[in-house]
Design a protein around this ligand. Structure first.
Ligand SMILES: Nc1ncnc2c1ncn2[C@@H]1O[C@H](COP(=O)(O)OP(=O)(O)OP(=O)(O)O)[C@@H](O)[C@H]1O
Ligand SMILES: CC(C)(CO)[C@@H](O)C(=O)[O-]
Ligand code: BAL
Length: 281
């Protein structure tokens, strides 16, 4: 696996790649969720590029950025073993040289839910992913459904800006106990890990309510009741929206819904999601 810190060198290597090129963008500290994206890319592409860049522009709180877990040596070994051809590992100065000011915004999808909790977050995501697409010119790029709102923001950006990149979303990989894999899980204390499972249980309850045809307020209530049983789940956020657009479901009782949950366990903000389909009328 070749490792590039420099944009020009990566571009030169990319120019020599023939056939279908897949990109897996990450912020590192890799787990089986990331590796499922790499495996899909390996299965469907002739060349696989991965990137590791902890993008400062998508972090609101400096403490969250400083605490973001990193282990590049281990990540490189995992990517090499998984058959990645090239790793893009830029520094902040390479991605944001002095004077860089252009941003990419997807307004209607970005100001709500996770975007409301982390103002500016999705502008940072859309901007860096647009740059990664411009630098690596992939045919296809792979993202996780765990970050569901992010996936929709990136799909919109890719289409609106005529990037020509196919954006593929893959299902959330979970630990055996049901906790969605996330790099931030490592920051949970042993006494927070069990309580964090309440997210998946609340999704089960909300999905069950959806599938039996309950109205949106009852779906939300089903999740709220479960979350309320766990005192360590701080500031829980529950949203039940149209799965395709994230808009409100009013008047669309049969549309597939996405249930989006957030909660803080200590200072760790976790998210989880589930798409569920109401019975047809
Ligand atoms: N459990 C998972 N299953 C499938 N894909 C995942 C999972 N967790 C993350 N991803 C995807 O991997 C890509 C890189 O994500 P990232 O590096 O931020 O990891 P993360 O585990 O989501 O970390 P964070 O703690 O920031 O949420 C994104 O497309 C993300 O949606
Ligand atoms: C897509 C991404 C790599 C952009 O920094 C990041 O938000 C992530 O890891 O999900
Ligand atoms: N996994 C989404 C990136 C973030 O939390 O900043």
């Amino acid at each position: 696996m070749d490792v590039f810190k420099d944009i020009a060198a990566l571009r030169a290597a990319r120019a020599d790649m023939r056939g279908r090129v897949g990109l897996v963008p990450t912020m590192g500290y890799l787990h089986d969720g990331h590796m499922a994206l790499v495996a899909a890319a390996r299965a469907h592409c002739d060349h696989v590029l991965a990137s590791i860049f902890v993008n400062p522009r998508q972090f609101g709180e400096a403490a969250d950025l400083a605490a973001y877990p990193r282990d590049v040596e281990r990540d490189m070994a995992l990517l090499q073993d998984a058959g990645v051809d090239a790793l893009f590992l830029p520094g902040v100065e390479a991605m944001y040289p002095a004077g860089a000011e252009t941003v990419v915004t997807v307004p209607s999808l970005s100001d709500r839910l996770m975007g409301a909790l982390r103002p500016g977050h999705f502008e940072g995501v859309a901007t860096v992913v647009c740059k990664l697409f411009n630098i690596t010119r992939p045919d296809v790029a792979y993202f996780g459904e765990k970050d569901y709102q992010q996936l929709l923001v990136i799909r919109r950006m890719a289409a609106d800006l005529d990037t020509g990149v196919e954006v593929v979303g893959l299902p959330t990989v979970r630990d055996a106990d049901g906790l969605a894999l996330s790099s931030r899980n490592v920051r949970l204390s042993p006494s927070q890990r069990q309580p964090a499972l309440v997210l998946n249980r609340a999704l089960d309850a909300a999905a069950e309510a959806t599938e039996r045809g309950a109205p949106v307020d009852d779906i939300r209530e089903a999740a709220a009741q479960l979350l309320a049983t766990e005192p360590q789940a701080d500031a829980p956020g529950i949203d039940v929206q149209d799965a395709a657009t994230l808009s409100d479901l009013k008047g669309r009782p049969n549309a597939p819904v996405v249930i989006l949950l957030t909660a803080r366990f200590g200072d760790v903000l976790l998210i989880d999601q589930r798409v569920a389909t109401p019975p047809t009328a």
